[in-house]
Design a binder for this molecule. Sequence first.
Ligand code: URA
Length: 260
Amino acid sequence: MNRLSGHTNLFASLTSYLQSLQESGLDGIPLEMMKPMQFETEAQPAIFMKTGVSDGMNENISLPGKSESLEHIRKDLGDCQRCKLGTTRKNLVFGVGNPKARLLFVGEGPGADEDAQGLPFVGDAGKMLNRIITAMNLERDEVYICNVVKCRPPQNRPPESDEVALCSPFLLRQISSVKPEVIVALGTSAAQALLQTKTPISKLRSKFHNFHGTPLMPTYHPSYLLRTGGNSDSFWSVWDDMTQVLQLLKLPVPVKTRKR
Ligand code: URA
């Protein structure tokens, strides 16, 4: 690719990205400098959407600086039909919890129970997430819980990249509104979408990544724990990750011993 066509592609990518942000209700992007922070991570800050340019181009785009309420963001979503998931969902699943939570969990997308109730993590995976939250000595309503996509993908398939790209500006705004001190990305879809990487969750987990200046801990999805068992190695890996989260939040770490 020559220099000129590279610039043209970059311009087209940025134009389409800005248009999608505008459609989702954003009226500006503050080009703040990232806060210098130390993270043990190879992942670059993410802007959620493939721009066709190297990750390094994303460094100056940060979370929306203006403070807006979650209600305002929900109102902007309206009866969302921005992507094809809008045609098959029963209920849009926005998010739930403390609007000023110190800790924010991001899952993949609603399943059947969530679609029926319009609430995230209320089915079996939700019960496992509740178990994790309780084990951390926290209450479900003191954290914030949302998903990468707000509508159920048919047959619970992983969300596709166009669906993630169209829904992500709203997730970005939710995170920006809540301003959590730590984000936990539950599973492959959430971790890969937020960190704009294809690295497997097994390699991403167990260390903090820099998400626009906020520490982000990827960990296994609760559904994966359901498949591997509540006392499995993966369950204890999640507990190790949550231990790091509690330490960063300067909260007491409950002592847990594995039953053999
Ligand atoms: N799995 C998810 O990723 N999110 C939900 O809300 C429910 C199940």
